[in-house]
Design a protein around this ligand. Structure first.
Ligand SMILES: C[S@@+](CC[C@H](N)C(=O)[O-])C[C@H]1O[C@@H](n2cnc3c(N)ncnc32)[C@H](O)[C@@H]1O
Length: 288
C-alpha cells in the first residue's frame, strides 16, 4: 500500500491512522524524497508571503522560485490522471500593484494543465476605503492530462434550482439532482470571535471551510484514493478526505499546528466511532 511506502521512506509520522499520515516536516524536503505518481489529488493553500505569523518572509523572486520548486514536486508525484487544486490570494508589489492575484505571477511556472479558475466568494472581510472591499479568492484547478481526469459532477450538483419543473419538448430541463454549481462558489469563511465563531474553528489563523474542500474532493477524486495537502495547517483537507472515505497525507512545518491537526482528527474519529456505536445500538434495539 502507498501509505506504507511513504512511511518506509519518511519514517515515523507525527500522527497517523490506517488511512492518514501527518508529518511535521518542510514539505519541499519531504516531497523530494517521495516516488513519482503516487498521489491522485493535491488540495492546498500555501503561505502567501504577506507577513502572516506562520511565514518566513521572502523577496518576491525567491517566493516565486520556491512556489515553482514545490509545485514541480507535486507534479512529479501526481498520478497520470491526477489533479492539483491551488488556493491563492493577493499581495501588493510596491510601485506596480496594490493587490495582484498571485496566480498571475505563477502562470508560466506551473507544469500542470489549467482547467479553470474558480472564484470563491465569501460574505465578510476587510472594508476598502479607496478600492473595492475584497470578497474573493481563487482556486485554480489543474490536471496532469486534459484528456483523462476525474470530474464527478453528479456528486456535487447544487440542489438549489429556481425552476426545477421547467420542461423542453416534454422533458425536464434541469437534472432532478440539481444544477452544475458553476465557477463562482459562495461559502462563508471560517470565522473567529466570541459570538460568531464557526463551529469548525480551530486556533489556526487561516483555516479552510470544510464545505469548499468537500466539493473539491468529491469532484476530483474517488473513494480510497490518496489526497495530499503539503501545507496542512489545521488539518481541514485531512478531515474532509477521511470523512469522504479517501486516504490522506499532510505536511506541516510547525509542531503546534500538527498538534491541532492531531486533536482535530482524534475528535472526528471519536465522533465517528460514537455514531457507529449508536447506530448499532439503535439497530439492535429495533430488532429486539
Ligand atoms: C495557509 S496555511 C494552510 C491552512 C489550511 N488550509 C487549513 O485549512 O488549516 C499554510 C500552512 O503552511 C505551513 N507551512 C509554511 N511553510 C511550510 C513548509 N515549508 N512545509 C510545510 N508546511 C509549511 C504554515 O505553518 C501554515 O500552517
Amino acid at each position: 500500500m502507498i501509505l506504507n511506502q511513504i512511511r518506509d521512506i519518511l519514517g515515523q509520522p507525527f500522527y497517523y491512522t490506517d488511512n492518514c499520515l501527518i508529518y511535521n516536516m518542510d514539505c519541499l524536503q519531504a516531497l523530494k524524497r517521495l516516488p513519482a505518481e503516487i498521489v491522485w489529488l493535491t488540495v492546498t493553500s500555501p503561505p502567501y508571503n504577506i507577513g502572516k505569523s506562520y511565514e518566513n518572509p521572502m523577496i518576491l523572486d525567491k517566493y516565486l522560485d520556491w512556489c515553482e520548486a514545490w509545485v514541480a514536486e507535486i507534479y512529479r508525484i501526481t498520478r497520470p490522471n491526477g489533479a492539483f487544486w491551488l488556493n491563492l490570494g493577493y499581495f501588493s508589489i510596491p510601485g506596480r500593484a496594490k493587490a495582484i492575484p498571485i496566480p498571475y505571477l505563477l502562470w508560466d511556472r506551473i507544469p500542470f494543465h489549467l482547467i479553470q479558475e474558480i472564484i470563491w466568494n465569501y460574505g465578510a472581510g476587510v472594508a476598502g476605503k479607496k478600492f473595492f472591499s475584497p470578497r474573493n479568492e481563487k482556486f485554480l484547478w489543474y490536471v496532469k492530462n486534459p484528456d483523462d481526469y476525474t470530474f464527478n459532477l453528479d456528486a456535487i450538483r447544487d440542489p438549489n434550482v429556481k425552476y426545477p419543473n421547467q420542461k423542453k419538448n416534454g422533458k425536464l430541463k434541469v437534472n432532478p439532482n440539481g444544477k452544475n454549481p458553476t465557477d463562482v462558489w459562495q461559502f462563508s469563511k471560517v470565522t473567529s470571535g466570541k459570538n460568531r465563531a464557526s463551529k469548525e474553528r480551530t486556533s489556526h489563523p487561516a483555516q479552510f471551510p470544510m464545505a469548499v474542500i468537500e466539493r473539491i474532493i468529491k469532484a476530483s477524486s474517488n473513494s480510497r484514493e490518496i489526497v495530499l495537502d503539503p501545507f496542512i495547517g489545521s488539518g481541514t483537507t485531512a478531515e474532509v478526505a477521511l470523512r469522504l472515505g479517501r486516504a490522506t497525507v499532510g505536511f506541516e512545518i510547525r509542531e503546534d499546528y500538527c498538534r491541532i491537526v492531531a486533536d482535530r482528527l482524534d475528535n472526528f474519529l471519536q465522533h465517528q466511532t460514537d455514531q457507529e456505536a449508536q447506530l448499532e445500538l439503535f439497530g439492535t434495539s429495533k430488532a429486539v
